[in-house]
Design a protein around this ligand. Sequence first.
Ligand code: GUN
Ligand code: ZN
Length: 437
Amino acid sequence: MADVSPRAIRGRVLTFVRAPAGAGDAQSYRYIEDGVVLVKDGHVEQVGPAAELLARLPADALVEHHADALIMPGFIDPHIHYPQTQVIASYGAQLLEWLEKYTFVEEQKFADPQHAARNAAFFLDELARNGTTTAVAYCSAHPASAEALFSAAHRRNAGMIAGTAIMNRNGPPGLLEPAHDAITASRDLIRRWHGTGRQRYAVTPRFAITSTDEQLAEAGALLKEFPTVLMQTHLDENKNEISTVKRLFPDDPSYTAVYARFGLLGPRSLFGHCIHLDDAEVALLRDNKSVAVFCPTSNLFIGSGLFNYERLVAAGVRIALATDVGGGTSYSMLRTAAEAYKVMQLQGQNLPALAAFDLMTRANAAALGLEGEIGSIAPGAFADLVVLDARATPAMAHRMEVTRDLEEELFVLMTMGDDRAVRQTYIAGRPALKLNH
Ligand code: GUN
Ligand code: ZN
């Protein structure tokens, strides 16, 4: 997949180097007003001022100039369900009813490899249209669904992390597999895909309600067997979900403690939602360096509750930001940041634009243990980039007439922007979108 010629991508280059301490923290990012990202063989070779780099470009370099646009690391979505592209916008239910009435129905269709292949292609196209270059995706319970996603992502050289949803109880027969069979299927997929090109595996027990003790224990053992594999599940999303977990696991002191008992906590473990944690659960997540994933559009849409960002930051819990489509209502990380801002406002908290863009890029990469590889524009990183236009719509252009600095522009982008603000997305140095808009 080597590109023959190097590519010089010119524009206003912005990348984060650490978490912003607050609004106005200019040390948290690097910004080059007229910059060039020089890409070779899918990676960033150099980044610097156009005046310097253009003068010594290789003779065969292709130059692509995105005048006035911001070039940032591609967005990272650390929690999304690829079999839910036709579940998004399902009316009138909270979590457990929503799962039964809509989600489990659609996910059963992924037993058909052709359905899975068509949806995998749609999913990857839609991520690219929204500037998302890496996602951590739940597949359906069928190994064929993971196979379809991994093979499509591999063909595009897009770095995806995914796993089949392991379930052996409390779901329709079409999604349940005997405990051991599901684990065997996951192990086969890990051997086939974890580390193949840019693909990585995440062991995916859907949530405690849909697995027996035996299956959760096997999932924990699988993680031990493959220490570089990730883990994803759901935690403390909804009150009825939590009382069901208490009923199913009466001897465990909390929902988080169930996962801890089976060895599912750790620095490569991603827990979606984490809305209703008690203090002991917060401490468990912190002590095990696990990641709490904030899914604002989903938490609002399914009526789950408000993620307490500042409480978790203050406790030292690692945090990531994600769409959670199809409980979430948008593929756009910009829309997701806008809703995160509002969820925090409702609790008297703020999300500075710098922090939001750091989350969507560098911090989400760090949450996956991939800082340096993705989420930054720096030599050696994959050239996964998004090109953003803060004047993409008449209303945005009108608002931009009075913005005074970069931080205000970023805030307009996250508050008003969506896929229309994405001018181009590069995946490993190659343009992923045919049409600029
Ligand atoms: N909990 C278990 N499965 C799911 C799911 O598919 N979406 C959400 N939002 N929560 C879940
Ligand atoms: Zn989810």
